[in-house]
Design a protein around this ligand. Sequence first.
Ligand code: MG
Length: 414
Amino acid sequence: MLMWVVFLVVNFFEERSKNMGAGQNVFNDGKAVLNMSITVTVSAQKPPAPHGYISISRKKLLQNLEINTGARVNAWVDSMRASSPTHIKSTPSLSDDQGSWNLHHPSALEMFEQIIEASKGKQIAMFLDYDGTLSPIVEDPDRAFMSKKVGYLFIWNCVWVVSINSFQLVTFQVCVNQMRKTVRKLAKCFPTAIVSGRCRDKVYKFVKLAELYYAGSHGMDIKGPEKRSKSTKDNESVLFQPASEFLPMIDEVYKQLVETTKSTPGAKVENNKFCLSVHFRCVDEKKWSELAQQVRSVLKEYPKLRLTQGRKVLEIRPTIKWDKGKALEFLLESLGFANCTDVFPVYIGDDRTDEDAFKILRDRGQGFGILVSKFPKETSASYSLQEPDEVMDFLRRLVEWKQLSVQARAQSRM
Ligand SMILES: [Mg+2]
């Protein structure tokens, strides 16, 4: 008991020290959904546009930009504005559609028994997005820590206080990172991968679990669990980096974007190694057009890069045909499930980019996708969860089910 108390107190101060200083301004990510994306493909090879995306040729794009640059930029901005929480709440047609959407994408928690039944006899493999799935969406992307649940620890202080002639009840508020603990347990039960648009190193710094697979930069930077080798000090085991030739170009564009956007207060350019993000989260909405125009002015010189729009973010990536769906297939192959029929992949994500993975699972007829969203969205996912806390509850139930089934099997052998 004493050890447990000491552990919680140490944990509290450790977590508190991480959060102090930045304030960790969290807004309710569940409010921000309906992610309407516009992809402007500028590759000369004209790769096919993914489902739900709008694709136009480079020639047509340049014509559009020259003739009607303002309209193009406004289209990006309007799309982002439409995904803001207030706009979603005030759209009556969406609430009308809520019932129908819930019917077609029921809660994965409510359907847990059916999900387990469908996975019977198969190996479950878990794929998890990071932002908006394991962590809340926050104002400062550098503070997107994994979800915590706050617990309260009551300690009877056994020092007799003469002045008030009574024992004192001391209360500590203890923050325990339940999400990390849950994902750690999950990885002991099932092969588990984090698939994120972020730089792989940054996601690892947030998750801090060496036993997982990580696919950063929208799957363009994949690495398996660290394996220590006796013969070499190098513990890195990079599995796949299909866009490595773009690294110098990405660095060049990053520097230009930082320079060009520094006049817009709140704008933040994030270098995700194989892709870039321009965050609008802390920019006054009145300045969104100006910022989008600045991004466009840099990107028009780089036809080998493409631009996509996400949740208050513009993302710049190489035009190679690689996405989270391809990363999912690569990871399944790496895990030894290339042509297996007895694998049951579960992919949980909240963003437009996760749809590529949902679609792969639907096309393969294996496992399913779970969309994290409080509001109706066009999706290829089969089930839904409303927010990261529900994701954690779902993962916990999976762990509990697995542990119980292992125990039951062991007992039946005795
Ligand atoms: Mg996400």
